[in-house]
Design a protein around this ligand. Structure first.
Ligand code: NAD
Length: 333
C-alpha cells in the first residue's frame, strides 16, 4: 500500500531495537516512533497514521484520543491484555485492534507456576527466615504438595493453556472455567470444563487467566473466596482488578483460603503500605509476568509482523475485535 504510515506512540519504558525502523522501511512503511504523553503530541505524531502502535499499558490510547487519529485503521497493542485500549470505540470506527499474546504466553505461564511453587515450597518465606538467622528445616511444616491436587484455571486462552501443558508434568488434575471456549478444546490438555462455582469449591489451586472486562471486574470477591477450600491458593497473573483486594485481604487474614501469589494488584503501582504486603502468606511480584529476554524479542518481532500484515492487506494473526468492519480490505493470512 502506498504511503502507509505506522506510528509507535507508547513505549511504556521499552527501548526500541534498531532493526525495527529498518524492517519497516524494507516493507515500504513510513514509520515514526515517539513516546507521546499528550493528545496534542499524539495528533502531531500519529494524526495521519494508518496504524497506531502502543507497547504495554500506555495510557495514551484512551477513547477520547481516538478522535485525533483520523486515518487510523489499526491499533497494535504489544502484549496481551487490552483493558487499556478502547476496543468497543475502535470497532465502531472500523479500527482493527491487534495484540501479540503468543509472545508472552511462555513467560506469564512460568510466572504463574513460579508463584505457585514459591508458595507450596515456601521458597520466599524460608529464604527470608534463613537470612534472619533461622535455619529451621522442620518448622513450620510444609503443608502443600502438587501431585494429585486439583488446579482450577479461570480463562483458558494462550497463557492458561501453557500453564495446563506445563502443569501436566506435575500430575495435577486440571479444571477449567471459560464460557467462551469449546469443551472439545480441553481434551488435548486432559482438562475438564466445569461450572464456575464447581471450580472454586473443587480446586486446591485457582489461577486467574481471563482478561479484565466489565464481566470479570472483581470476579473473585467475598462470595467466591468463601467458596474456595481453606487450604486453597489463589494465583493472579491476569489483572489486579479481577480480584476484590479488600475481600482477599480478609480471606487471607481469616483463613478462608491459605495463600495468594500475585503478579498484579489494583491499582498499579500500588501503595507501598498495601496491607497485603505485610502478610506472610502472600507472594508478590511487580507485574513482570510478560517479561523475559525471549518474550521481549518475540513481542517486538510479532508487533512488526502485525504492522506489516496490516500494511500489506492481511488480517493480523491475533485480532481482538474480529467482528470489526475494517477500513480497508483485509484478506486471511
Ligand atoms: P487470551 O485472550 O488468549 O485468553 C483469555 C481467555 O479468557 C479467553 O479464552 C476468554 O474466553 C477467557 N474469558 C473471557 N472472559 C471470561 C470470563 N468471564 N470468565 C472466564 N474466562 C473468560 O489471553 P491470554 O494471552 O491468555 O492473557 C490473559 C490475561 O493475562 C490478559 O488479558 C492479561 O490481562 C493478562 N496478562 C498478564 C501479563 C502479566 O505480565 N502478568 C502478561 C500478559 C497478559
Amino acid at each position: 500500500m502506498d504511503g502507509f504510515k505506522v506510528a509507535l506512540v507508547g513505549l511504556s519504558g521499552q527501548v526500541m531495537p534498531d532493526w525495527v525502523s529498518e524492517r519497516m522501511a524494507n516493507a515500504g512503511i513510513d514509520f515514526v516512533a515517539k513516546d507521546c504523553t499528550t493528545r496534542q503530541e499524539l495528533a502531531r505524531v500519529a494524526g495521519d497514521a494508518d496504524v497506531v502502535w502502543i507497547f504495554g499499558d500506555s495510557p495514551i490510547m484512551c477513547a477520547e484520543n481516538l478522535q485525533v487519529l483520523e486515518r487510523c485503521g489499526g491499533i497494535i497493542r504489544s502484549g496481551s491484555g487490552t483493558d487499556k485500549v478502547p476496543v468497543a470505540e475502535a470497532s465502531e470506527r472500523g479500527i482493527v485492534v491487534a495484540n501479540t499474546p503468543a509472545a508472552v504466553e511462555e513467560s506469564v505461564s512460568d510466572q504463574a507456576i513460579g508463584l505457585l511453587l514459591a508458595i507450596t515450597r515456601q521458597i520466599v518465606t524460608r529464604d527470608r527466615a534463613v537470612r534472619q538467622g533461622k535455619w529451621e528445616p522442620n518448622l513450620p511444616a510444609l503443608v502443600w504438595h502438587l501431585q494429585g491436587q486439583t488446579l482450577g484455571l479461570i480463562g483458558f486462552g494462550h497463557i492458561a493453556q501453557a500453564v495446563a501443558r506445563k502443569m501436566s508434568g506435575f500430575e495435577v488434575k486440571i479444571l477449567v472455567y471459560d464460557p467462551y471456549v469449546a469443551a472439545e478444546m480441553l481434551i488435548n490438555y486432559s482438562a475438564k470444563a466445569v461450572a464456575f462455582d464447581e471450580l472454586l469449591t473443587q480446586s486446591d489451586f485457582v489461577s486467574l487467566h481471563c482478561p479484565l472486562t466489565k464481566e470479570t471486574y472483581r470476579l473473585i470477591s467475598e462470595r467466591e473466596l468463601r467458596l474456595m477450600k481453606p487450604n486453597a491458593i489463589l494465583i493472579n497473573t491476569s489483572r489486579g482488578a479481577v480480584v476484590d483486594e479488600p475481600a482477599l485481604l480478609t480471606a487471607l487474614r481469616e483463613g478462608w483460603i491459605s495463600a495468594a501469589g500475585l503478579d498484579v494488584v489494583d491499582p498499579e503501582p500500588p501503595d507501598p503500605d498495601n496491607p497485603l504486603f505485610q502478610l506472610e502468606n502472600v507472594v508478590v511480584t511487580p507485574h513482570i509476568g510478560g517479561f523475559s529476554d525471549y518474550s521481549m524479542q518475540r513481542t517486538w518481532e510479532l508487533s512488526v509482523e502485525t504492522a506489516i500484515d496490516l500494511a500489506q492487506g492481511r488480517w493480523p494473526r491475533s485480532v481482538v475485535n474480529p467482528l470489526v468492519k475494517p477500513r480497508w480490505t483485509l484478506v486471511e493470512q
